[in-house]
Design a protein around this ligand. Structure first.
Ligand code: UTP
Length: 294
């Protein structure tokens, strides 16, 4: 029987150097996209995919994340006294909707190391990993799309996206063969190998791994087995390559748009697109943009 995925791990202990100086003293996961911190988009995506247990891997200077998902007694009391029901509901829904646990990564020793820090809290069951700075806009939540594949094959699944050749060196890239799935020939792939940040001429394909994964618990032993790579960081990609020796891994080219909100330009694009979709802001914001002399 295939075990149900109940937990989502959010590695959020990175240094966020691409967004300095904003990220010097506050976590990049708390940068607001319109009016919600970027990590809340990921948490809501997990929740709408049927996952309620969130595990956030934090580090130094990240306490704002914990406060954000906690009850804010003074704020709720003030809003209640002032009769601001809508705002109260918005604030409450955050702390009400999920069960969150935290684990610290004392030093930013890499994404693989951050995932390994969640081992005790995850236990011996499959789990999801969400890199919150990849904000995904899609009809069916990206995690739900991956879970559908996991529930069919009972194996690890990573989210894939096509990337132009000149940009491929920023990503983990897969060598993979297509597997027909649900009447589609080019969404699901069985992965043969993975390469971290290849030169364009060495990239095995144009399919890059983005920040959503469903992983079976054997990944923990694999991450431990590979240890730190060239720059002293423990890479998740190396762990996945090790896992491939004993287990199949699938890649799913998800339906939707991914924004890299950990990057300044990506963040600006996401802000514009999400603002345009908003019922309360979309119209006036569109008018404003039309009036810009570009
Ligand atoms: P990034 O590659 O985006 O790194 O990490 P970063 O350090 O956060 O940001 P830049 O590149 O310096 O601007 C991908 C994800 O892995 C987490 C990050 O928080 C982010 O969600 N991460 C990375 C950790 O939790 N620990 C680490 O040691 C490294």
């Amino acid at each position: 029987m295939i075990s149900k995925v109940r937990k989502a791990v959010f590695p959020a202990a990175g240094l966020g150097t691409r967004f300095l100086p904003a990220t010097k003293a506050s976590p990049k996961e708390m940068l607001p996209l319109v009016d919600k911190p970027i990590i809340q988009y990921g948490v809501e995506e997990a929740l709408h995919s049927g996952i309620q247990n969130m595990i956030i891997v934090t580090g130094r200077g990240k306490s704002a994340i914990e406060d954000h998902f906690d009850v804010s007694f003074e704020l709720e009391h003030t809003l209640e006294m002032k009769g601001k029901k809508d705002m109260l509901a918005a604030v409450r829904s955050i702390s009400d909707m999920i069960d969150v646990s935290y684990v610290r990564q004392k030093e930013a020793l890499g994404l693989g190391h951050a995932v390994l820090r969640s081992r005790e809290l995850v236990g011996n069951e499959p789990f999801c990993v969400v890199l919150a700075d990849d904000v995904i806009d899609s009809e069916v939540p990206c995690i739900r799309q991956l879970l559908d594949v996991y529930e069919f094959y009972g194996a690890s699944v990573v989210a894939l996206m096509e990337v132009p050749k000149e940009l491929i060196s920023a990503y983990g890239v897969v060598d993979a063969e297509p597997v027909p799935h649900n009447g589609s020939q080019n969404r699901l792939y069985r992965i043969r190998n993975l390469v971290e940040k290849p030169k364009p001429e060495d990239a095995p394909s144009n399919l890059a791994i983005i920040g959503r994964y469903i992983l079976t618990p054997e990944i923990f032993d694999s991450i431990e087995a590979v240890g730190p790579g060239a720059i002293g960081e423990i890479q998740l990609t190396d762990g996945l390559r090790h896992l491939l020796r004993s287990r199949p891994i699938y890649g799913y080219r998800f339906e939707g748009t991914r924004h890299d909100a950990g990057d300044k330009l990506g963040f600006l694009k996401a802000t514009v697109e999400f603002a345009l979709q908003r019922k309360d802001l979309g119209e006036p914001f569109r008018e404003y943009l039309k009036g810009l002399k570009l």
